[in-house]
Design a protein around this ligand. Sequence first.
Ligand SMILES: NC(=O)C1=CN([C@@H]2O[C@H](COP(=O)(O)OP(=O)(O)OC[C@H]3O[C@@H](n4cnc5c(N)ncnc54)[C@H](OP(=O)(O)O)[C@@H]3O)[C@@H](O)[C@H]2O)C=CC1
Ligand SMILES: O=C(O)C(=O)Cc1ccc(O)cc1
Length: 444
Amino acid sequence: MILADSEIATLKATKTIGIIGLGDMGLLYARRFSQAGWNVCGCDREENYEKFSAEPFEVLKNGHLVSRKSDLVIYSVEAENIAKVVKMYAPSTKLGAVVGGQTSCKQAEIRAFEEYLPEDLDIVSMHSLHGPNVDTTGQPLVLIKHRASDASFNLVESLLSCLNSKHVYLSFQEHDRITADTQAVTHAAFLSMGVAWHNNNQYPWETPKWLGGIENAKINISLRIYSNKYHVYAGLAITNPSAHEQILQYANSCTELFSLMIQNKGDELRRRVFAAKQAVFGKLPKDHTLLLDDNLLQQYSLSKIPPEGKQPNSHLSLLAIVDSWSCLGIVPYDHIICSTPLFRIFLGVTEYLFCTPGLLEECLEDGLSKTSFRQDDLNFVIAAREWSSIVSFGDYGLYKDRFVKTQNFFMPMIGEANKTGNEMIKTILQRVAEREGGPVAGQE
Ligand SMILES: NC(=O)C1=CN([C@@H]2O[C@H](COP(=O)(O)OP(=O)(O)OC[C@H]3O[C@@H](n4cnc5c(N)ncnc54)[C@H](OP(=O)(O)O)[C@@H]3O)[C@@H](O)[C@H]2O)C=CC1
Ligand SMILES: O=C(O)C(=O)Cc1ccc(O)cc1
């Protein structure tokens, strides 16, 4: 429960909030909390101490110093390191404090808290379902009351209320299942596009094949992911066991649909894809308005080449996501309350392809009869399988290596892609907010 203003004022005067890990998300939280009038302290690795001298909150040298004086400690470190970091600082936690974390998959985080924190401490965890450069307003924020009194939970919820996000209450198990369905498989699709373009040695904005609104969304989101830190995507996929199954299903769906195309098994392909369409989109109301359309996305192009009419495209990446949702029994709309901006965009372009009259039929026809996309699709299948293997091996080193190679390939365009991507996301989020009647989020 968010407390009354007078009670929040008392908490602000008496409680100290500690953030361990002042990277992108930790810094966002620490700045916002201190701007809202909370007493905040934080730390990063000791060797980074000097970097934070201009911050408006107290910066300490390490997590022991943060833990011993904070009434609420939030760990905002790499998922890969969470157990190690919690083990290190947990014994220094102040008596009676509440502890939480921001990692994207909660199983490893909660396990670390249970193993290393003294039993008398409360655990309330959280997850902002957006990146550090998105306005927090109206975005989903998951709150997990794992082991806590109402007073502890109210402290956490009242503190987080300054972000103006939409609070979603889940257990850690529900959180991990939903984010595997939404985030992990979304990232797998866009990561695979990047690797496929890289392996084909082509910048998609340089070839007339990739023109049009849907292609702009694919390119901008893929490059946005490759502009980020690899550990964010590695952590949320590798530490979440449900994500392994989803990503494998995605790779299998890509393989099987592509196999049907190259064998020219049109009837089987259509049967399978239309059954998936029915499972995923069948219950949408007749008057359902599409979130996205090709015209809206047309303006967000990185290409200098003027559009020259429609190019044939099988849209294998989009066919495969609907097929995998269908095979896994996932209805993505059930998770919309817990969706990230990238997931909404992925769902938006997929919905556009599947629900615009005639478009799905056209792309299946292209997939079966045109060969111009075969090489791209083959590379896409290989990339999806590669990501699935890397995630299932749980190998962060391999993940980093694969990610960074493709990141380097796209480096010359990352700055411009982020600018265009930010504009695109801003427009889409405004549209989401208008549609849902909630607060309008902008870009920071
Ligand atoms: N970025 C995003 O879009 C989102 C990320 N998350 C999750 O939030 C968490 C943080 O992500 P993000 O901020 O992006 O990542 P960053 O890499 O930017 O931040 C993590 C920070 O923690 C520091 N750190 C590592 N070990 C310690 C330690 N022992 N003591 C103090 N600081 C330490 C890191 O230092 P160093 O770099 O030197 O290792 C780094 O500065 C991750 O678990 C991520 O999955 C959640 C929502 C969105
Ligand atoms: O929107 C997305 O999917 C992002 O890529 C940003 C992101 C990354 C990690 C999270 O835990 C939450 C959001």
